[in-house]
Design a protein around this ligand. Sequence first.
Ligand code: NAD
Length: 472
Amino acid sequence: MKIRNPRTGKYDYELDEDRVKSIANKTLQIRDAQKAWNAQGVTKRVEVIQLWLESLKEYQPEIAKQLSIDTARKRISEVETGGALGLVQAWCYRAPQLLALPAERPSMSANTVTVQQQWIPYGVVGVISPWNFPLLLALIDTVPALMAGCSVLLKPSEVTPRFMDGLEKSIQAVPELAKVLKLVRGGADAGKAVVQNSDAICFTGSVPTGKKIGAACAERFIPAFLELGGKDPAIVLKDADLEVSTDAILRSCVGATGQACQSLERIYVDAVIYDDFVKEITAKASKVTMTVNPKKGQMGPLIFEGQAQKIQEQIDDAISKGAKVLTGGKVKEIEGGLWCEPTVLVNVDHTMKVMTEETFGPIIPIMAFTTVEEALKWANDSIYGLSASVFSTNKDKAIQIAGKIEVGAVSINDGSLTNKVYDAEKNSFKESGINGSRMGDAGFLRFFRKKALLIQSAHPETMMDFEEMSKD
Ligand code: NAD
């Protein structure tokens, strides 16, 4: 597979795709090794993963460099590799605490029986990840699955595969880990083979692919943990701080060029402050600088060609239905890369794709509302239910409104806080995902099947206990 460089538009990297047979072979190897990996206990697993942490630190500059080519973002790639190391460290600390099983206890429903629990990890967990944060979203499920005692087949996105070279070296440096963690290279076909070979799937990606994977997992009767797309709304009340709300919303909409699942993508502002809000955010948006010179600027090019096309289509669709562009508005080709300036759109409504379909680009469409009920109606008028924001100087009021938005997490007086806070459990609503949360303790506990050992201390019931007693 020839891979496009998002900064130059050149196809300058070749991905050597894994074939179905090689994926099946890798699975056989890690399925076999998983038994010893699990049996040795969490303390030994932590020791191995800590060795990997050291190895990841050694390869961090190389991985960050590869990621920066994959995504055309230097600073974010450094933050991303730092975040991945933090994630590994956090699970090394937390997993042993969570594995402290409760002691044997009397049953509450059968008084001569005591109960013990065993937690049995899935054998092979398949992790399939997207291109927007290639390393972090590859490791976010992989690390707790390994800690739980599973082995992992990891297939990152074929759009941004360069970082796998550095990651592979970091894994090979720890032979004990290399026995239970294998990288799979390729696109949809390789992903399908991962689904066919695994005992549970963690998938991060789009809703259409998530639906296909969910159906394939249902066919095989294996769990699918699906973390999918979003169309996150922000509700800005009339008592919101203008500086806070415009700064946070701009950053959330256009940070990482809007290519984050939890980016805010539609903004509802109280009509009382609407004009001031629009003026302020447009002024700030038009000052955002692009990293055409890679050493300067705040926002990089679009990573995926197909996405660039979708973004332009959504802008054109909105304009054709009466939307007005206040700044930005065009995807441009510069030196082979595809760039989109922050784009503020007004006169928008829900007949336009930009208000209903995931954009995954730096677009800020803004509508005015006259009542909170109206804002809530629009916020909930979506197939998505990932996350949202509420802005108000009245925390209680904001919390009350947050409770009525049909999403898994709400940031109050900020945007996209789920990209910073990993310890708060959340479940996506509607088509944004399904099954155990990857956040909080559930991020680890979902990798176990709970087995009950039921221990009888009295003589067991005999058939004599079923003797009919009736005298009729
Ligand atoms: P995508 O669905 O196109 O691809 C994701 C992964 O699935 C890739 O590795 C791809 O090769 C693989 N794949 C494609 N078809 C497959 C199939 N039939 N079977 C198995 N695997 C298959 O998504 P994308 O474009 O890479 O990523 C962007 C999407 O990811 C956006 O919708 C974004 O919102 C979402 N996302 C969600 C979260 C979250 O936590 N909820 C985080 C980041 C991104």
